[in-house]
Design a protein around this ligand. Structure first.
Ligand code: UD1
Length: 421
């Protein structure tokens, strides 16, 4: 297993290019299943989650070629098993997003239930309720969900809670349904809008993506397209925190500024300066950071995927910050590791009280999930001495070659292959 070693204290400066968004790429890969002809995706991030999704699609009968520019040819799917096996779903929950496309296009799907994951129980009941409302017959058998439908029928369906994956899955299913579907209380994340954009290019008729209600007029078939994936707002936010805590001046090329208002606002309140320049978003960390009060919410609120990273920023502020997590029930696993490096963080229920500024000292720490890993790398950048982050396979799910990109702005970061687990 690889580990990443960060030696803290190097001043950062320069430009980093933001890659395509993981959370947009994954559902868009699934969307290729809805069509009869190949789809070409550009700006695909080279991440293990994207490769896992490609393996899943290949298992279903697709031919997937290329990486940064990826072509997915779904013409071999019809004769296949239409199954997402446990081995893949357990490594990546987003695998369940093939359900909607398979059900809509082929009338059946067999998908392993994902079970829990490190950050919480994460059920898929809302996805299934949505498919049922569209007329699917659903059976749970031996840990698998079996879905069947002749042709899905348009309906009105309201989600009990805001779910990104649920919205994407049910929206995709409805594109090929007979009649019009109205989905209420949907997720408004930019990645939902992006998926709607590509589906509309494929021939779907989706209105309202980005608002709380989406309407989908069903069509008979969809065709493959050529599409460039939007930049990753979470990757961008992670580098923004890097600039904030090191007091550096860095520029983020292709930063998706319009999708990041909540994060930029919190960081501005803390004293970070932003400038939109022709080269990208310039982020200037202050000499001293001010405390923050952040609550994670569905978009356009503060994203849960930035909670761990913003907590590192809070540990460097002069005073007491409060960070409340409302999306996932168990998303503070980075706290004990940050505390081992010197942070003063007390968790009370779903809130973390953070007292700063911290004088971090390097330590051996264990990554527990994707964004937690990023927070440990960030803490390593400002720690005295050497921080070794183990189990970086979590990091590789969502950050492409983070070590070389941080090196390019001056950080002392190295990857060691095959280190102890
Ligand atoms: C997506 C993102 C993930 C992000 C999350 C919240 C992808 C690939 N992943 O995950 O990075 O952290 O959105 O912004 O895009 N829930 C239910 N029942 C359901 C579905 C969800 O109770 O049927 C709950 C979940 O347990 C969680 C909350 O709803 O507490 C939000 O989950 P959801 O928005 O579905 O997250 P994902 O789509 O899995």
């Amino acid at each position: 297993m690889d580990s990443i070693v960060v030696v803290g204290g190097s001043p950062l400066g320069g430009t980093i290019e933001i890659n395509g968004a993981k959370n947009a790429a994954l559902p868009i890969q699934c969307a290729a299943l809805l069509t009869d002809t190949p789809t070409t995706l550009r700006h695909v991030p080279l991440l293990s989650d994207v490769y896992t999704m490609s393996s899943l699609l290949e298992g279903l009968g697709c031919v997937v070629e290329g990486d940064r520019v990826m072509t997915i040819d779904p013409r071999g799917v019809a004769s296949g098993a239409l199954e997402a096996p446990y081995e893949l779903v357990k490594t990546m929950r987003a695998s369940v997003t093939v359900m909607g496309p398979l059900l809509a296009r082929y009338g059946r799907a067999r998908v392993s239930l994902p079970g829990g994951c490190a950050i919480g129980a994460r059920p898929i009941d809302q996805h299934l309720r949505g498919f049922e409302a569209l007329g699917a017959d659903i059976k749970l058998e031996r840990g698998y969900v079996e879905l069947r439908a002749e042709r899905l029928k348009g309906t009105t369906f309201a989600f009990d809670l805001v779910t990104v994956g649920g919205t994407q899955n049910v929206m995709m299913a409805a594109t090929l349904a007979k009649g019009t579907t109205r989905l209420e209380n949907v997720a408004r994340e930019p990645e939902v809008e992006e998926l709607a954009r590509i589906l509309n290019k494929m021939g779907a008729r989706i209105h309202g993506a980005g608002s709380p209600v989406i309407e989908i007029e069903g069509v008979d078939n969809l065709a493959g397209v050529d599409h460039a994936i939007l930049p990753d707002r979470i990757e961008c936010g992670t580098f923004m925190v890097g600039a904030a805590i090191t007091g550096s001046d860095i520029t983020l090329r292709h930063a998706p500024v319009d999708d990041m208002h909540a994060v930029i606002e919190v960081m501005r309140e803390a004293g970070v300066r932003f400038e939109v320049t022709p080269a990208g978003l310039r982020v200037i960390g202050p000499e001293a950071l001010r405390p923050i009060d952040v609550t994670t919410r569905p978009h356009p609120g503060f994203p849960t995927d930035m909670q761990a990273q913003i907590m590192v920023m809070a540990t460097m502020a002069h005073g007491q910050s409060l960070i409340t997590e409302t999306i996932f029930e168990n998303r503070f696993m980075h706290v004990p590791e940050l505390c081992r490096m010197g942070a003063d963080i007390v968790v009370q229920g779903n809130a973390a009280v953070v007292r700063g500024p911290t004088h971090y000292s390097g330590a051996e720490v264990m990554a527990t999930d994707l964004r937690a890993s990023a927070s440990l790398i960030l803490a390593g950048l400002i720690a005295e001495g050497r921080t070794e982050v183990r189990r970086v396979y979590h990091l590789d799910r969502g950050y492409e070659t983070i070590e070389t990109r941080l090196q390019s702005i001056g950080a002392d970061v190295q990857r060691y292959h095959g280190a102890r687990g």
